[in-house]
Design a binder for this molecule. Structure first.
Ligand code: GRF
Length: 214
């Protein structure tokens, strides 16, 4: 039985597409059991449908609070018994209960070299800070927003001509390589979150994770 993924999206779903493609090209030994979106008009839903993947749309505005919405997501997602939950542009803060329920199985991709530039507008933040390098990080999710232990990063150099748009394009291209690669480590059973940190092949990774992995 191959590794079971559940992918959570809110928007375009280009990372979802990269994962779908990696599976089709046998670079990733996994299957996507379900794609869940909190946004009924997410472009990524069409990508899932085209690939024959079941979709669930839960409009968070229909629940009175974060806890009850997250509880509903858990109920829906657990029907698919996911080995790994993949946050791919899922634009909702998750409750402690949700994060705790999926502790060690919940991954996110963030468009910066964490711990630099948490939150939104990371390319703008990198330019404003005068960074000479930028990139993306895949990390395990903990209750701290964009604060969970980093698994791997991919970096690009920033030139004087770069704009938010050019950085966004170049970082996204790296995301599409990095995320499927990290998920393949999960699928191979090589990647875990342990009390002492992230382990890959039973070795504890440094705080920046695997450098230049994508
Ligand atoms: C990506 O930039 C990712 O790093 C961030 O949200 C964006 C999602 O893009 N978490 P897409 O929906 O996968 O195209």
């Amino acid at each position: 039985m191959s590794h079971t993924l559940a992918v959570l999206i809110s928007g375009n779903g280009s990372n979802l597409q990269a994962i779908i493609d990696a599976i089709a090209e046998q670079r990733l030994n996994a299957h996507i059991a379900v794609v869940l979106s909190n946004n009924t008009t997410a472009t990524g839903l069409g990508r899932a449908i085209k690939a024959g993947i079941p979709t669930i749309t839960l409009d968070h505005r229909c629940w009175p609070d974060r806890e009850s919405f997250d509880q509903e997501m858990i109920r829906e997602l657990d029907r698919f018994a996911p080995d790994t939950l993949v946050l791919a542009g899922f634009m909702r803060i998750l409750s402690g209960h949700f994060v705790g329920h999926y502790q060690g199985r919940l991954l996110n991709i963030h468009p910066s070299l964490l711990p630099r530039h948490r939150g939104l507008h990371t390319h703008r933040q990198a330019l404003a800070a005068g960074d000479t390098e930028h990139g993306c990080s895949v990390h395990f999710v903990t209750e701290e927003l964009d604060g969970g232990p980093v698994i791997a990063q991919s970096r690009i150099s920033v030139s004087a001509n770069d704009t938010e748009q050019t950085l966004s394009e170049r970082v996204q291209a790296r995301e599409h390589v990095l995320y499927p690669r990290v998920l393949q480590w999960r699928a191979e059973g090589r990647l875990s979150l342990k009390p002492q940190g992230v382990t890959l092949d039973d070795q504890i990774l440094p705080t920046e994770g695997v450098r230049d992995a994508g």
